[in-house]
Design a protein around this ligand. Structure first.
Ligand SMILES: NC(=O)c1ccc[n+]([C@@H]2O[C@H](COP(=O)([O-])OP(=O)(O)OC[C@H]3O[C@@H](n4cnc5c(N)ncnc54)[C@H](O)[C@@H]3O)[C@@H](O)[C@H]2O)c1
Length: 342
C-alpha cells in the first residue's frame, strides 16, 4: 500500500483529501501542529495523526522512516493574505523555510529515490495577472508576502526535484470553497477570514458583512474569484498522486473552474440559499488583493483528466451551509450560535 504523508491534514484542504485518499487505496498519515487545524477532522477517518511542527526536523525524519512514506502531500502552511502583510516573517519561515526542511528530510530519508511530492500552492503566486483566465505559463509576480512565500516554495521544489531526481507536482488551487459534510469536512477556523463562511454567518446571525473594496475594475466593483468545490480540489490532489505514481513527469497545474464570481454575486447567492438578507458594509481595499483571479485548468483536464463536478456556486454554498449546521454538533468545531440555525 502506498503511504502518503499529509502535512497540514488537520486543516480545511488537507482533511478533505483523507477520505478520498483511503477510497483510492492510499494510506494517509497526517502531520500537523494543530495551530490552525482540528484533530477531529483527522481522527474521524481512522487516520494516524502525528502532532508536530514542520520545523521539528528530527520528528519529520523519524515519521518518514517509521511509516515508510512513499509520497508527500504538503498542505501545512499559513494561508491568509491579510495576515501575511502583518507577519511576513512567519509566512516565510513556515511556508518557505520549513518547506525546504521537509524537502531536505524527504531527500535524506531515501536519497536514491525520494518520495513523490505534491505541494499545495496558490493562485496568489500570480499577483495581478496580465490576462484571464490564468494558465500555468502566466508570469508569476505575487503582490503579497503570502504569494511570495509560496512562489519561493515552488522554485525550491522545481530545483530540488530536478537535482535530486524525485517526481513533484505543484497544484495551485484558486479559491477552495464549500464542504464535504458526508465525510465530515469543511471550513472551520478559530478566526474565520474566508468569504463564504463569513457570509453565511452574516446571513444567519445578522452580523454585518464587510466588503473589502468596492472600486475594483470589475463588473460590480467587488473582487472576482474562482471558487472551486473542496471535493473537486481533493479529487485533483488524488489525480496528481495517481499521475506521479504512474510515472508522470514533474509539472504544475492550475486548479479552478474558469468561471469567476464577484464578492457581491457570492453574497446574493448566500442570501438566496439561506433565505435571509445580509447587511453589507464597505471596508478599505486590502493591501495586495488582486481585482480578479480565474483559472485556466485546461492542463489539469488534459493530463490529470480532472473535471470539477461540484463547483456550481449554489452547490458550494448549500454544502457550506450544511457543514455550518453539522459542525455545531461536533465538540470543538462549532462556531455559530445554534439558535440561529434551522
Ligand atoms: N483554502 C484555500 O482557498 C486555498 C487556496 C489555495 C491554496 N491553498 C493552500 O492549501 C493549503 C491548506 O490551506 P487551508 O485553507 O486548508 O489552510 P488551513 O489553515 O485550514 O490548514 C493548514 C494546516 O496546516 C497546519 N499547520 C500550519 N503550520 C504548521 C506547521 N508549522 N507545522 C505543522 N502544521 C502546520 C495547521 O494546523 C492546519 O491544520 C495551504 O498550503 C494553502 O496555501 C488554500
Amino acid at each position: 500500500m502506498t503511504i502518503v504523508l499529509v502535512t497540514g491534514g488537520a486543516g480545511y484542504l488537507g482533511s478533505s483529501v483523507l477520505a478520498p485518499l483511503k477510497l483510492a487505496g492510499y494510506q494517509p498519515v497526517v502531520f500537523d501542529n494543530l495551530s490552525r487545524g482540528f484533530s477531529q477532522l483527522v481522527l474521524q477517518h481512522n487516520v494516524p495523526l502525528v502532532l508536530g511542527d514542520l520545523s521539528d526536523r528530527s520528528l519529520l525524519r523519524s515519521v518518514l522512516k517509521a511509516y515508510r512514506v512513499d509520497a508527500i502531500l504538503h498542505f501545512a502552511a499559513l494561508a491568509n493574505m491579510g495576515e501575511s502583510n502583518e507577519q511576513p516573517n512567519h509566512y516565510y519561515r513556515i511556508n518557505t523555510v520549513d518547506a525546504l526542511g521537509l524537502l531536505e528530510e524527504a531527500i535524506a530519508y531515501r536519497p536514491q529515490s525520494p518520495p513523490a511530492v505534491i505541494v499545495s500552492s496558490s493562485c496568489a503566486v500570480f499577483g495581478i495577472p496580465p490576462a484571464l483566465p490564468v494558465a500555468e505559463l502566466s508570469t508569476r509576480t505575487p503582490i503579497n508576502p503570502y504569494g511570495r512565500s509560496k512562489l519561493a516554495m515552488e522554485w525550491m521544489l522545481e530545483d530540488l526535484a530536478q537535482r535530486y531526481r524525485f517526481p513533484a507536482v505543484i497544484l495551485r488551487s484558486f479559491n477552495a470553497a464549500g464542504a464535504d459534510p458526508q465525510n465530515g469536512c469543511g471550513e472551520c477556523r478559530q478566526h474565520e477570514t474566508h468569504l463564504i463562511p463569513l457570509a453565511i454567518e452574516a446571513a444567519l446571525e445578522g452580523k454585518p458583512f464587510i466588503i473589502y473594496g468596492d472600486h475594483f475594475e470589475t463588473r460590480d466593483g467587488s473582487a472576482i474569484r474562482d471558487f472551486t468545490h473542496v471535493r473537486d480540489l481533493a479529487s485533483a490532489h488524488i489525480a496528481a498522486l495517481d499521475y506521479l505514481i504512474a510515472g508522470g513527469a514533474s509539472t504544475d497545474f492550475n486548479l479552478g473552474t474558469g468561471v469567476g464570481y464577484s464578492v457581491r454575486e457570492v453574497l446574493n447567492c448566500v442570501e438566496r440559499v439561506c433565505g435571509r438578507p445580509i447587511i453589507v458594509k464597505i471596508g478599505r481595499r486590502r493591501l495586495g488583493d488582486p481585482p480578479a483571479l480565474v483559472a485556466d485548468a485546461a492542463k489539469a483536464r488534459q493530463l490529470l483528466h480532472w473535471q470539477p463536478h461540484y463547483s456550481d456556486l449554489e452547490r458550494i454554498v448549500r454544502d457550506a451551509l450544511s457543514w455550518e449546521q453539522q459542525r455545531q454538533r461536533v465538540p470543538g468545531l462549532g462556531r455559530l450560535a445554534a439558535a440561529g440555525v434551522q
